[in-house]
Design a protein around this ligand. Structure first.
Ligand SMILES: [Fe+2]
Length: 429
């Protein structure tokens, strides 16, 4: 259903398409391919908030058209509680506008400036040593697991195996993005640990280093919903601060672990604190459908340069089409690091445009949050992130954990060699 005032044409048909995902309260976003009728576009000007050019690590992801919320009135919707519950249990992203306090952009830039310098993390922690006290005093430097992206990892305190790590998001020379992880134990092996006491200490440490995190609402309507859906009080932990800079962001990935649902990591909450980020986010099933559509276009001879550049080998497209015939296999493949065999297509700007047109694009402004439910590897939110400003931005993500998890099921604990690991990329790339 569209307003009768809206201009007729391709754009209106696309925005009103019944199979386009649409979320109440969100500005509609679609892509522009440069071939739009200028008269049609001009007629939309009362509803156009912004045109946003996206680029990540030298790859052009096209231009997005950000419209006003009233540009495309949604058809009949279920009551809002039912809608959010549906999003939660179907592992669809839940955008929450204006949920959190914000950080002045000057602070974001100053912190990024400190962290970018040699031994930047050491300096950042030293500036906060008074607040960290003896319990969380910075200690020795630790081993770096990823020599290409990790910059510093510093032990925190002496009793609990806590650490803070500074890393780059990519080795691209134009991408000055940084991230600061807060966790404990062995990297990768303990990422999904259910040691709730250690998780509480990580949360305490992170809220000292990022005091704004202690001011995020806890007992509000979203806090109540999470308790209802997870059936437990919820602990926010394993914070990651993201300084997404121009040309930065994250490739498509999920944040789920290969673990039993109960007692595990139940979702991730990302909060935009300064500047803006652009997101593509949808359930892993929706991403499968979008990829199937993309493969159909390619098979019909559309976008021939995509095939030539990304799938040059004979039979490469047929191989992917075969792989996409079975949803379970396709889900597994898309969830692998870098999207597995689908990686060359997932990272294309043309695929980003298709996903935006399907209604999976979000623009997060300071104070906005994005809730990403996890119900295991087969029911999780896939997401891809871009910097949406010409300067560095800041966001903070937190893992949502059951505050009183049941013990790990015996069957998992005693299977020889069984370890809670992920088939997908390391959590929150
Ligand atoms: Fe993530």
């Amino acid at each position: 259903m569209t307003s009768p005032d809206l201009p007729e044409g391709i754009l209106r048909d696309l925005l009103a398409s019944p199979d386009r995902a649409a979320t109440p309260g969100q500005p509609p976003i679609c892509s522009l391919n440069g071939e739009e009728d200028p008269h049609e576009l001009a007629a939309w000007s009362p509803w156009i908030r912004e045109r946003l050019q996206l680029s990540r690590r030298g790859v052009d992801h096209g231009e997005w058209l950000i419209l006003t919320e009233d540009a495309v009135p949604l058809g009949p919707q279920p009551p809002i509680e039912a809608l959010w519950e549906q999003h939660w249990f179907e592992a669809r992203p839940i955008p929450i506008r204006g949920w959190a306090p914000t950080v002045p952009i000057e602070d974001c830039m100053a912190w990024h400036g400190v962290l970018r310098r040699p031994k930047g993390l050491r300096a950042f922690l030293s500036e906060r040593s008074g607040a960290l006290g003896q319990t969380f005093a910075p200690g020795s430097n630790m081993h770096l697991a990823d020599p290409h992206r990790d910059l510093e990892r510093i032990r925190i305190g002496s009793d609990h195996d806590l650490w803070v790590k500074l890393g780059r998001l990519s080795a691209h020379d134009q991408d000055h993005s940084l991230r600061v992880r807060h966790s404990f134990g062995k990297e990768i092996v303990d990422d999904a640990s259910r040691d709730i006491e250690a998780h509480r200490l990580v949360a305490e440490m992170a809220e000292i280093l990022w005091p704004i995190a202690a001011r995020f609402p806890k007992q509000d309507e979203w806090g109540e919903r999470l308790v209802r859906w997870i059936e437990q009080p919820v602990l926010r932990t394993q914070h990651i601060a993201y300084f997404n800079a121009p040309e930065g962001g994250a490739l498509w990935h999920h944040d789920a672990f290969d673990e039993p649902l109960e007692g595990g990591q139940r979702g991730v909450l990302y909060v935009q604190l300064a500047g803006r980020t652009a997101w593509l986010a949808c359930s892993i099933d929706a991403l499968c459908k979008r990829m199937q559509e993309f493969l159909e276009y390619l098979a019909e001879g559309e976008l021939p340069w995509v095939l030539a550049e990304s799938l040059p080998g004979a039979g490469a497209l047929d191989g992917l089409i075969k792989l996409s015939e079975r949803f379970p296999r396709m889900r597994r493949e898309l969830g692998r690091p870098g999207g597995g065999a689908f990686g060359p297509l997932l990272g294309r700007g043309e695929f980003s445009a298709l996903c935006a047109d399907a209604g999976h694009a979000y623009l997060l402004e300071p104070g906005d949050a994005l809730l990403m439910p996890n119900h295991g590897l087969e029911r999780t939110v896939m997401h891809s992130v871009f910097c949406a400003d010409p300067h560095v931005t800041l966001g903070l993500s937190m893992a949502l954990r059951e505050d009183r998890p049941a013990p790990v099921p015996e069957i998992r604990r005693h299977v020889p060699g069984a370890r809670r690991s992920r088939r997908g990329p390391r959590r929150r790339v």
